[in-house]
Design a protein around this ligand. Structure first.
Ligand code: FAD
Length: 434
């Protein structure tokens, strides 16, 4: 059994030479060569540091990336090195990261996604649970302690918005919260598709005082060991290593100190998290695309058919370069968004004013919409360009291909993004004074 675990695949299908060229180190090198003229030294150095950590971790722990591995076991090691999230400096929990912000987070994601895309996806959900606590900890020790546990990899976190009967229509929730005399709440209802739900020590959940009334929503921090919190795993075959939850909240009592936003505050808190969430998904999608392009570029430069490297055939080369060009352009756009976001956060003392954050909603939706589509196309086409090698279990291409199938649903579907954008365009039209 131990012997079997050492191999990364069931049967080797790709020849030794090409398989070794597809190593994590070489894929990082391809990425870095692409980015070296684009990134600032600070960003590039952080990227390389994170890459070095991933390469060492993979080697030292003999990581195979096969389905029998538990990606959740790796979280503490990444947490100890500060690779769970770099969105904030986290001074209030004494992490004091020197390198932080949306651009650095982009770099972190690139490194982690190349190492293992499913691990990166699970990590992204923890970040979504950390963000609302960061915004609303009010210096309360218990909230800070929980945030630290998640940020340092002691436990993953999850965010519970979606319900079995309320997906896209997230503001008309059915899960109820009843305020008690002592300021605590009692929650009842069901949540679903919560990434990391069954593995998380803590989750952030939304409920409503009156069903279907978005104005009465509230936001809660929940300890999953409390009585009344029941969770089953929802299995998504595209991401077999990621655990998603279906939660039943049954007379779950939430003490006052765990109420991050009382009745009436929930919707605002939900929307506040949407810009970073959608940008986070866009970053993940772009990282998946680079991983896929790195695989395909290395493969097409080495694989020979008809006595030629397949890259030299127009059908392969022109398709691959079309994808590469579109990905580079999108990366530049997203990078600019991240830098702009960082400079605004800095200008306003660590927190974006509500009107600026709202102005970014359309951009965040545009990026989420476009990168999810791009990921579905690039991961599929890149795998295709590798023929059987892109579909077998010898490389991470099959993970990327499968993950690219969920990108358009998570964080709001394609239709919801375009719906949001239609309304934003209407507003912009009116603002233009035409
Ligand atoms: C892998 C994965 C991870 C996830 N992680 C989380 C998580 O961590 N936390 C969480 O809370 N949720 C999570 N979700 C849930 C996700 O956000 C929802 O699945 C998504 O919002 C869609 O909701 P739904 O599945 O109920 O689909 P529905 O809302 O029922 O949509 C079904 C179809 O109808 C379309 N549709 C719906 N309304 C409209 C409309 N007004 N106009 C046009 N088309 C419309 C949709 O685009 C979709 O194609 C996750 C889902 C997946 C698959």
């Amino acid at each position: 059994m131990a012997e079997e675990k050492k191999t990364k695949y069931l049967t080797q299908a790709i020849n030794d030479e090409i398989l070794s060229k597809l190593s994590l180190k070489n894929r990082y090198q391809f990425l870095n060569t692409n980015l070296m003229t684009i990134l600032e030294p600070k960003e590039f150095n952080f990227l390389k540091k994170a890459q070095k950590f991933c390469m060492r971790f993979e080697k030292k722990n003999n990581i195979t990336h096969r389905t029998d591995e538990d990606v959740y076991e790796w979280i503490p090691a990444f947490g100890a090195e500060g690779y769970i999230t770099r969105t904030h400096p986290f001074e209030m929990i004494d992490l004091n990261y020197e390198d932080y912000g949306a651009t650095i987070e982009f770099m972190r994601c690139l490194a982690i996604d190349f190492f293992d895309p499913q691990f990166s996806l699970a990590g992204g959900a923890t970040v979504l649970a950390i963000n609302p606590i960061y915004e609303h900890h009010e210096n309360m020790p218990l909230r800070l302690e929980i945030m630290k546990k998640m940020a340092t990899g002691e436990t993953p976190g999850a965010i519970l918005i979606t319900e079995p009967e309320r997906g896209s229509d997230a503001v008309h929730m059915l899960t109820t919260c009843d305020e008690q005399e002592d300021g605590s709440f009692v929650l009842n209802g069901e949540k679903i598709y919560s990434t990391n739900g069954p593995k998380s020590g803590y989750v952030v959940a939304y409920a409503t005082a009156e069903q279907n009334n978005g104005n009465t929503m509230a936001q809660f921090l929940i300890d999953t060991s409390w009585e009344g919190f029941n969770c089953e795993r929802v299995y998504i075959p595209y991401v077999p290593k990621v655990w998603l939850g279906k939660e039943r909240l049954e007379n779950l009592r939430v003490p006052k100190e765990y109420v991050l936003g009382g009745v009436g505050k929930g919707r605002e808190h939900l929307f506040e998290g949407l810009v970073p969430e959608r940008i986070g998904i866009a970053i993940d999608c772009v990282a998946q695309c680079w991983n896929a392009i790195a695989h395909a570029a290395i493969y097409a430069n080495n694989r020979k058919q008809f006595d030629q490297e397949i890259l030299k055939f127009q059908g392969v080369g022109f398709l691959l370069t079309d994808l590469w060009a579109r990905l580079t352009n999108t990366t530049l756009g997203l990078l600019m968004f991240c830098k702009n976001y960082d400079s605004k956060v800095e200008k306003f003392g660590g927190k974006l004013p509500k009107n600026i954050s709202q102005a970014m909603v359309a951009s965040a939706s545009q990026f989420k919409y476009y990168t999810a589509k791009l990921s579905a196309e690039i991961c599929y086409e890149a795998a295709n360009l590798m023929g059987g090698a892109g579909l077998c279990d010898n490389t991470l291409m099959q993970d990327l291909l499968q993950m690219s199938r969920i990108a358009e649903i998570i964080g709001g579907s394609r239709q919801i993004q375009t719906y949001i954008l239609s309304m934003a365009m209407r507003q912009l039209y009116k603002m233009s004074g035409i």
